[in-house]
Design a protein around this ligand. Structure first.
Ligand code: SF4
Ligand code: SF4
Length: 142
């Protein structure tokens, strides 16, 4: 899956096309996918409205999409884990198959989006600790 670096000019906006729920994400999270008309579709996708029927409890991968975490970015040169650092735009990647890429505002200038990523980073940091302490599995982390 092609994942691109984010630069100052990268634009993105979710156009609510539902493509991530019809193959892109569900290909990774098989426990939520069902096969319909020969392709994987999330069991929570309302195919008419293209909306998620499990929105409040959707997996982390759905909430962060189309941004992609580089797990290697969590550990700095000193080997100390800093999970929030993986959410810095210079470390995050964006999935090239999302049709919202190239649309909307520039990511670096989109304060609402940056705030949302900050919130996700905080949540991820808490869960990362739980993962390290073996309280949750990798699937529950990402
Ligand atoms: S594929 Fe991209 S644009 Fe379409 S619903 Fe998902 S995040 Fe939004
Ligand atoms: S849980 Fe919701 S957001 Fe995630 S793939 Fe399914 S329909 Fe899409």
């Amino acid at each position: 899956m092609p994942e691109l670096a984010i630069d100052k000019k990268t634009q993105w906006e979710c156009i609510r096309c539902g493509a991530c729920c019809e193959g892109i994400i569900v290909g990774k999270s098989r426990d939520i996918s069902v096969i319909k008309r020969g392709k994987p579709v999330c069991k929570y996708l309302d195919e008419d409205s293209k909306l998620c029927l499990n929105y409040e409890n959707r997996p982390f991968i759905c909430r962060i999409y189309p941004f992609v975490l580089d797990m290697d970015a969590i550990k700095g040169a000193d080997g100390v884990a800093r999970p929030q650092q993986a959410f810095k735009l210079e470390n995050l990647k964006i999935h090239s198959e999302c049709p919202g890429l190239g649309k909307g505002r520039r990511i670096y200038a989109n304060k609402n989006l940056l705030k949302k990523l900050e919130k996700l980073a905080l949540e991820f940091a808490i869960n990362y600790k739980r993962y390290i302490n073996k309280e949750i599995k990798i699937d529950e982390l990402i």
